[in-house]
Design a binder for this molecule. Structure first.
Ligand SMILES: [Zn+2]
Length: 244
């Protein structure tokens, strides 16, 4: 497939931009970590930086994306309204194959391994699939983080199909239901978003989340973990003790 270069990108956004009242647009691809774009206005000149994940998209997709950008600029509507070509491309296998390796390279806090010192995320995934809590999810890339965050214990990029679990949960002092519950939560995002395209934590999401056995026990553990602190260079938890 032909790669779209900066000159081609600029030609496409200028031809689409005319319909939205723009006649001088500078555009270039930019290596943002997330798929996003930014714009600046200088008099009548509009400058765009467009996510370079679109380099491998065909022209119809870039046109679709440009339309959605101009719509958002005009209406100040922050909601992302994408056309069919863009939606199909972003949910395609090809998109993930081309762009996920780049996304992983740009994500600095990922261990790039599902195997932790205590828990293996692939084994947990297998158990979640076996218990039919989630559908087949072999296209998802699972990894532990390098630095453990206590409040943001899981993260998922729906479009890149990457799930990262905080290394704070990879500890013998944490019961296995906790990383399993967090992984389940993130996998639900992947599963439900592929059907409905970018949904949040709606009532249907919460209903599915509550299907996890012992979800309330896992929630209590997460609250506890968020309050605890860790000794420097040590992964074992210590309790905060009130001193007089
Ligand atoms: Zn969530």
């Amino acid at each position: 497939m032909k790669m779209c270069d900066n000159a081609r990108l600029e030609a496409i956004v200028n031809s689409v931009g005319k319909n939205y009242g723009h006649d001088q647009i500078k555009a270039q691809f930019y290596p943002f970590k997330e798929l996003k774009s930014t714009w600046k206005r200088n008099g009548s000149q509009l400058s765009l930086r467009v996510s370079d994940y679109l380099r491998w998209a065909d022209e119809q997709v870039v046109e679709d994306y440009a339309c959605s950008l101009f719509c958002r600029m005009k209406s100040k509507n922050r909601r992302e309204l994408y056309g069919e070509a863009f939606k199909n491309w972003i949910q395609s296998k090809e998109f993930v194959e081309k762009n996920r390796p780049i996304y992983l390279q740009r994500s600095r806090n990922l261990k790039l391994s599902s195997s932790g010192s205590t828990f293996n995320l692939d084994e947990i995934r297998y158990e979640l699939e076996e218990s039919r809590l989630i559908k087949n999810s072999s296209d998802a890339y699972l990894t532990w983080t390098i630095n453990g965050n206590r409040n943001r214990v899981g993260y998922c990029s729906v479009i890149m199909k990457v799930i990262a679990i905080s290394s704070v949960l990879d500890s013998p002092s944490v019961p296995s239901i906790v990383p399993a519950y967090v992984l389940y939560h993130e996998m639900l995002h992947l599963e439900m978003n592929s059907e409905h395209f970018f949904t949040g934590h709606g009532s249907e999401f919460r209903r599915r989340e509550r299907m996890f056995p012992k979800w309330n026990e896992a929630e209590l553990w997460l609250k506890k973990i968020a309050k605890e602190r860790v000794t420097c260079g040590d992964t074992s938890f210590i309790r905060d003790v009130k001193t007089k």
